[in-house]
Design a binder for this molecule. Structure first.
Ligand SMILES: N[C@@H](CCC(=O)N[C@@H](CS)C(=O)NCC(=O)O)C(=O)O
Length: 337
């Protein structure tokens, strides 16, 4: 009897917790992943003239679609401003959020979400016109500063100025492009956001060469994909899709060599990663070819970085902290086994 009552109580607890559970089944039944992205940030998530989306954040959505549905193109993109993003996830409008979103304690707990890893290690910076003649953020006392509402940026900005005994006049907007337009039109002295976003947004300015990013990095902004609380199966799937992208780079697997490696590699780690051995897919509730599909259709982390953000792209970011741990960075995925 005791056992039965424990099972019943356990079942009820599961039902109570399970308001959001079953996302994996929902995505399979729908045949598409609903993925929240930004309204437009070069290199991260950007829509082209034909309506196609691309970028690092977009490739995370594509990786999850490849893992669950075997097809990276089966994604419905939902562009969201910083202010809208968490409500969209909490209400179930999107299955995951993949949109330059910083992992913080409050977001991870009180907002009812789980961060499934870090896809880009970033930090907040300041951009000013070169003509302002400023060399350090500590010279910005009294400046007007443009940024986005509903972001960690807003909070770090006031912390930084307060900690350094300086004042600023905040000019806040909801959409990223409104901030660029205002700063570019001279409505504020400073533009502050994540450093990667400063590089991305600079590409949209009239004269990118007239601006400079100051040396200070005032915060840690680990950006990563987010899923709702109380759906461990879905949390696992998104987390391990990102891990596959990172570990495949470490193993030297890429979209270009994955077919031949699958056919001929004798390395057990590679055979497991490509689903030739082991049951990684079964454990996640998807086909065993899930990780092969990610690498083949989306690529490893390095390929994705180079394609959208690297030095040969308009955004032109160095790999920096986002190098693999074995190459001097801090990108480290637990073993896919
Ligand atoms: N990483 C910060 C900032 C994220 C953020 O939303 N930044 C703005 C400034 S670039 C943005 O991306 N807006 C894009 C949009 O409007 O879609 C956070 O998670 O709060």
């Amino acid at each position: 009897m005791k056992k039965l009552s424990t099972i019943v109580a356990g079942g009820l607890a599961l039902v109570a917790l399970g308001a959001q559970a079953g996302t994996l089944d929902d995505v399979k039944a729908r045949g598409a992943l609903s993925c929240g992205v930004s309204t437009g940030l070069a290199g991260f998530s950007q829509k082209d003239e034909k309506g196609g989306w691309s970028g690092l954040d977009v490739d995370l959505c594509r990786a999850v679609a490849a893992a669950v549905l075997g097809d990276a193109s089966k994604v419905q993109y939902k562009p969201l401003t910083a202010k809208e993003r968490f409500t969209a996830l909490q209400s179930g409008e999107i299955d995951m959020l993949s949109r330059n979103t910083t992992w913080t304690l409050v977001r991870d707990t009180a907002l009812g979400m789980n961060f499934a890893g870090v896809a880009y290690y970033d930090g907040q910076g300041f951009m000013v016109r070169k003509s302002l003649g400023v060399k350090s953020a500590l010279e910005l006392d009294g400046a007007s500063v443009c940024t986005n509402l509903g972001t960690t940026t807003e909070l770090n900005l006031s912390d930084y100025f307060r900690a350094n005994g300086m004042k600023f006049k905040g000019v806040f907007f909801e959409k990223a492009d409104e901030v660029v337009a205002a700063y570019d039109a001279g409505r504020c002295d400073v533009y502050t956001t994540d450093q990667s976003a400063l590089a991305a947004q600079r590409t949209k300015m009239k004269n990118p060469g007239e601006h400079q990013v100051l040396p200070e990095i005032i915060s840690k902004e680990p950006l990563g994909p987010v899923v709702p609380h109380a759906d461990d199966q879905w949390f696992d799937l998104v987390k391990w899709s990102l891990n596959v992208m990172i570990e495949s780079e470490e193993l030297g697997l890429s979209s270009a060599n994955v077919d031949s490696m699958k056919a001929s590699s004798k390395n057990p780690a590679i055979r497991r990663m490509l689903g030739v051995e082991g049951d990684t897919g079964k454990n996640l509730g998807v086909d065993n070819s899930w990780s092969f599909n990610i690498i083949k259709q989306v690529g490893n982390y390095g390929e994705v970085f180079d394609r959208h953000l690297g030095e040969n792209t308009p955004v032109g970011l160095p790999r920096g902290l986002n190098r693999l741990w074995s190459k001097g960075g801090i990108l480290y995925a637990p073993p896919v086994r």
